[in-house]
Design a protein around this ligand. Sequence first.
Ligand code: 6R9
Length: 661
Amino acid sequence: MTDEALPANEAPSANEALSNLLHEDRRFPPPADLAASANVTAATYAEAEADLEAFWGEQAKRITWDTKPTEVLDWSNPPFAKWFADGTLNAAYNCLDRHVEAGNGDRVAYYFEGEPGDTRVITYAELTTDVKKAANALLELGVEAGDRVAIYLPMIPEAVVAILACARIGAPHTVVFGGFSADALASRIEDCGVEVVITADGGYRRGKPSGLKPAVDEALTKCPSVHHVLVIKRTGQDTPMTEGRDLWWDEFVGQQSAEHTAEAFPAEHPLYIMYTSGSTGKPKGILHTTGGYLVGVTYTQWATFDLKPETDIFWTAADIGWVTGHSYLVYGPLANGTTSVMYEGTPDTPHKGRWWEIIEKYRVSILYCAPTAIRTFMKWGADIPEQFDMSSLRVLGSVGEPINPEAYVWYRTNIGGDRVPVVDTWWQTETGMHMISPMPGVTSGKPGAAMTPVPGVSVDVVNDEAESVPNGSGGYLVITKPWPAMLRTLWGDDQRYVDTYWSRFPGLYFAGDGAKRDEDGDIWLLGRVDDVMNVSGHRMSTTEIESALVSHPKVAESAVVGASDATTGQAIVAFVILRADAGDGGPDVVAELRAHVAKEIGPIAKPRQIMVVEELPKTRSGKIMRRLLRDIAENRELGDVTTLTDSTVMNLIKENLSASA
Ligand code: 6R9
């Protein structure tokens, strides 16, 4: 989740962070066989460097255009970009029909694993038919190009069908994470004036059915713009239906014609709106458009993962309600003709080896997930993945947060058999596509570093004066040139778009993240600038202290926050989850961990307080909500918890703390 840009005095200034104190000397060069047949080589970087627009013009050929664009970038009215503006295309046609027309209709698009153990194998031909029917259903409900449709579903194949049906008729979709509350759903529906909602009776989580439709009913009491609700049967729960408004998907979509010819839309036609929370005010509706976005995600999935669509089995283990699901579970993979795995549930249902079982079963070759998952697996222990055959894996990806060096090495060693490269991909809802990442056939990976911009992307690390910082220094991460999958604006609020991203450093896109460039010029992400702490005048990044804690053999996961302190301004408070074999914590462990941080970073970084907890509060993408932990550390009432995946976590932490006090 990204937050508003912060004023300079609250952000870290260059060279101030204790950025270079964690040493990392381990290097993992690309495996020889991967390098020998890699999609991206040193030549790709050179090509992008030589002529950026020509490079993106080439990448646009990955897409089938109805009218080929003659122009690549129109940047005549910055920061409002137009990419491939005179081209026309249909995103769903690119994801579906063209593969069927090319004779690949029998290729599997998704291997679906439901949490209760039900499975489905869906080919490109089948998915195309399903999407055509759903598109006809939306048309029958009066949805026209430009109208907004909200999708509030569990991780089931119909979520993909719904997304592509919208894209097919040019109706921008807004997918709301199934874990969000009725209030969160209502505010998003209101903000973009949704007309139709696609939902389900419920979904499965941790072995139990949990209802979704009741939240829709509650939200719609406040949303008069919605005239119809399509309801997919997933759990078979008892579901009240509102006469004249609600329709069962299987009946209404099922009876539709399987014929539908996709219409081409201009490249800049809106494709979707994805909401991400700001630190203040209402959520921001990030707007993505069609042509540039599709080119960006198609190219980056191919590049970053060294994708070979004929042979790879690709698994993005992320929710479809997160941008990672949009770009690398739906649009990129389908446009490339990839076979993907889609899994509905949690990693520990019915047992803690579920993911590894799925990898073994489908011979998954590329796995893409978040550091939070990796740290959870570390906590459970390496003996679990050890029981499965994961020799099919050849690339491992990470996204969502900085990956701590120890988590990276654990991932590579225990999941990747000490041979599979790890690509740490930095990007945002706003960027739409990968921006900074190793390329698995080129880059010698450093644990914890996102390394270098993807070929075709231009970034910099700058100081308060927008000057590039020298190697070995920290500063703010900025993007210096437009890129095809960039957000075009915030829905209905051009001014907020300009203010949030383009005004801190005029002419540069400010991502809101701190970063450092190491001695080799490689990039390390340091977390959101608003997560930086100031202890006795020293600015410190939460990320590095967390990584120091996770590098201790007893720690699986940690979250660090700054709490106000009468003496030092702010003091470091750490929350840690211990590994399964580390015992129960207690005063000895706390003393040991404090000493460990002092040794790894320096005495100034020693936490004032370390609390051992069972769980941490997280968003849909696994990002730790430090704001809530700050509330606890400072003994305050808890702030807004509506975007937590599981709001009971905060009660658990509080109980746990009062029990140990
Ligand atoms: C894709 C996604 C964006 C924010 C971003 C940054 C953090 C994402 C990261 C990473 C370090 C990585 N982030 N990937 N930080 N290393 N590889 O996560 O989008 O949910 O919008 O979040 O996530 O802070 O600014 P989104």
